[in-house]
Design a binder for this molecule. Structure first.
Ligand SMILES: [Zn+2]
Length: 152
């Protein structure tokens, strides 16, 4: 069994949801979200005891410049997830992270997905059946027309 972490949280920014999905996490629910992280997620406990971080390695095996900060509350609706960027203090954004100093934000600004390596595109796209036919009262699905099957 793959080790998976599930978080239930009510205060998740849209940015954080997009980031989680881009990293292959499952986000379900409305209002109160159930977030299932992929096993590559690096979840670490913070110094306060009620704070955690979620991070991923980039395709070179280094920490990405973005991560999520979790603040746990007894009431899951209060539990918050927010996206953070490791910006440069010397940059005009003063370390808050912008497209000038964060590689991933620069890639997004160029219209690229810096997290694409976390969600590999399946080599064979899912195929939908070409058509449906009824034989002997049962519905069958076929990808190509096999007349012998239908009239044989
Ligand atoms: Zn900056």
């Amino acid at each position: 069994m793959a080790k998976q972490v599930t978080i239930v949280a009510g205060d998740v920014s849209d940015q954080a949801v997009q980031w989680l999905k881009a990293h292959g996490a499952q986000v379900e629910g409305f209002g109160l979200l159930t977030i299932t992280l992929p096993e590559q997620a690096q979840v670490h406990k913070g110094s306060h005891g009620w704070d955690y971080t979620i991070a991923f390695y980039n395709d070179e095996g280094n920490d990405e410049a973005s991560w999520i900060e979790i603040e746990l509350y007894i009431d899951a609706y209060e539990t918050s997830l927010s996206l953070k960027f490791d910006g440069d203090r010397d940059c005009s954004c003063k370390g808050r992270g912008c497209a000038e100093c964060v590689e991933e934000l620069a890639a997004i600004a160029r219209g690229e997905n810096p997290y694409a390596h976390h969600t590999p595109v399946p080599t064979t796209p899912p195929q939908s059946p070409a058509f449906t036919y009824v034989q002997d009262g049962t519905e069958h699905q076929a990808r190509s027309i096999d007349w012998n099957k239908i009239f044989g």
